[in-house]
Design a protein around this ligand. Structure first.
Ligand code: FE2
Length: 303
């Protein structure tokens, strides 16, 4: 692990394989249960509750200690990004960092803003929503991370996501369920900022903190995560109708091959069925269509 404090970037070995990167493209999220040590989880809660002093490892240009104390008491307590224990064990958590390095390339840009979604349970679920300012597209220029510093079982209203909904505008009724990203204290989730999500319903009692922050790409995409010798772009699982074309486009973009990506439509690659007797046609075409990420065409193809 190498952290460049002046550029606010880090560098480490990637930890995700081709199959895992493709799974992120297909589902739009990853989930790591209980990866932050308990002592750090407790210290995070104490810091957020104002029980221990603000102690930045440096003062950013133009900021004062008083300013950092003021920020700590807002819904965006970003001064925590300057605590050395938080940097080492949360921001640069080895499990999280390896995944971020896989998805965002070398010299990953560190967060500059934190939101604290602090609620007093029990509480009804939030409406399903895509976050403000999301962009649908094949690019993975940043990912959003959330961290639960206290035990967050289903009863404490963890984040609930709809897998695969980072591709396009998705509507769900409140009764429809998603996947709850629950876990013990120290659980971290990582997702596309475009994914449909909500705070799940909580039925237990108590204070729940959830810190949310984004990491940033600083280099062009390249397939420099853990490559699998047997991984086959032609036969990989990109998902079903209406999904596979988008997932494959995102995966190709991440591989640095977004410009080469073309589709011919129908039952052609990247779609496939377990009941077909040979590989799908249409793989490797240099002419064809791109998925319509903005949803402006009737057939879902951009050009
Ligand atoms: Fe949200």
């Amino acid at each position: 692990m190498h952290c460049d404090a002046s550029r606010r970037t880090f560098e480490c070995a990637p930890s995700l394989s081709d199959t895992e990167v493709l799974r992120f493209c297909r589902e739009g999220y990853l989930h790591f249960e209980g990866v932050v040590p308990d002592e750090i989880n407790r210290r995070t809660c104490a810091w957020l509750n104002g029980e221990i002093p603000v102690n930045p490892c440096y003062l950013p240009d133009g900021m004062t200690n008083e300013e950092l104390v003021r920020i700590r008491d807002t819904h965006e307590p970003s001064s925590i990004l300057l605590e050395d224990w938080f940097i080492e064990h949360v921001l640069l958590n080895p499990v999280l960092a390896g995944a971020l390095r896989s998805l965002l390339g070398r010299h990953v840009g560190l967060p500059v803003l934190v939101s604290n979604h602090r609620i007093e349970c029990p509480k009804e679920s939030q409406p399903w929503h895509h976050d403000a300012d999301h962009v649908f597209g094949p690019e993975v220029n940043f990912v959003e991370v959330f961290y639960f510093p206290q035990d967050t079982p289903d009863e404490m209203g963890p984040t609930e996501v709809t897998p695969g909904s980072h591709i396009r505008n998705t509507r769900r009724t409140q009764e429809e369920r998603g996947v709850l990203c629950s876990g013990p204290a120290g659980t971290i989730g990582l997702h596309s900022q475009s994914i449909l999500h909500r705070r799940g319903e909580s039925t237990a009692s108590g204070l729940r903190h959830m810190l949310k922050f984004s990491y940033w790409r600083t280099v062009p995409p390249a397939r420099d995560w853990i490559t699998e010798p047997e991984f086959d772009f032609r036969h990989a699982d990109y998902g079903g109708h209406g999904l596979a074309r988008y997932v494959a486009h995102m995966f190709y973009w991440l591989c640095g091959k977004g410009d080469e990506f073309r589709l011919i439509g129908g039952q052609a690659w990247p779609w496939k069925s377990v009941n077909q007797i040979g590989p799908s046609h249409g793989f490797g075409h240099t002419e064809g269509y791109l998925p319509d990420w903005r949803g402006n065409s009737d057939d879902d193809y951009a050009r």
